[in-house]
Design a protein around this ligand. Structure first.
Ligand SMILES: O=C(O)CCC(=O)C(=O)O
Length: 237
């Protein structure tokens, strides 16, 4: 039933898979699993998209996203970010991290429909998304929290995974009063295609996360992290 919703126009437009009807209608709220990280919560929807829908969404996003290869400066050297990215969202949603300033590209039809679905499931009002493409096990994102000032003091983040399964790890941010055991603890989730995580407020304040490189051969993965940026941001042009 979900597949019918992908059936787009015929003729020349048929070259671009159309997802727009898809996510608008498809799903009643999918089944969820709640992960308690201390007092912080991650809600996982392991099958937010079924396998067929995930494949089609992957292809459509891969085709319609204007991927960019950003660079960062570390210890005086300029190196490529180990993944492709695209920052997409409402016009005012400027975003800066690791000395990279991002202006949003406008919503594609496909991504807007996925955003609407994620908003419906989470009850949030996400207005921007960082799209990451991990081309192989060599691609990664190192330990960080999505806690930039633009996101407000206590952001909720939604993360949809498509394509190859990758291992998502979390560990606590160092903080007074934590024991060595707590600091060495790792929470590990294998993020499979079609899974949606909602990292509730509190997670970014107390935890960092990463997708580490792996020597195990893995296919391409696309991850969407939806965020909210309130109002226009000054100083991050
Ligand atoms: O690829 C992922 O699952 C994580 C992406 C991420 O950490 C980010 O976009 O900040």
């Amino acid at each position: 039933m979900q597949n019918d919703l992908f059936d787009g126009p015929t003729g020349s437009e048929a070259d671009t898979p159309v997802l727009s009807e898809l996510v608008r209608e498809i799903l009643s709220t999918p089944a969820s699993v709640v992960h308690a990280l201390g007092e912080d919560l991650i809600i996982e929807y392991p099958h937010a998209f079924d396998p067929s829908l995930s494949l089609k969404a992957f292809d459509a996003i891969d085709l319609t996203t204007p991927w960019r290869q950003d660079e960062i400066r570390i210890a005086g050297r300029t190196i490529p970010v180990p993944r492709l990215q695209c920052w997409m969202g409402d016009e005012h949603c400027r975003y800066a991290y690791s000395n990279i300033s991002l202006h949003p590209v406008p919503w594609t039809q496909e991504m807007a429909s996925i955003r609407d679905f994620v908003n419906k499931v989470s009850g949030a009002d996400f207005n921007c998304v960082l799209i990451n493409k991990y081309r192989s096990g060599e691609d990664s994102v190192s330990w960080h929290a999505d806690d930039e000032p633009e996101l407000g003091p206590s952001p909720r983040i939604a993360s949809l995974s498509l394509g190859a399964t990758r291992r998502f790890q979390l560990k606590r941010k160092p903080s007074l009063g934590l024991t060595d055991t707590e600091l060495s603890e790792r929470v590990v989730m294998n993020l499979r295609s079609g899974s949606l995580l909602i990292m509730e407020p509190g997670v970014q304040e107390s935890w960092v996360h990463q997708i580490a490189k792996t020597k195990v051969p893995v296919g391409v993965r696309i991850n969407l992290t939806f965020r909210v940026i309130e109002g226009a941001v000054s100083g991050s042009s």
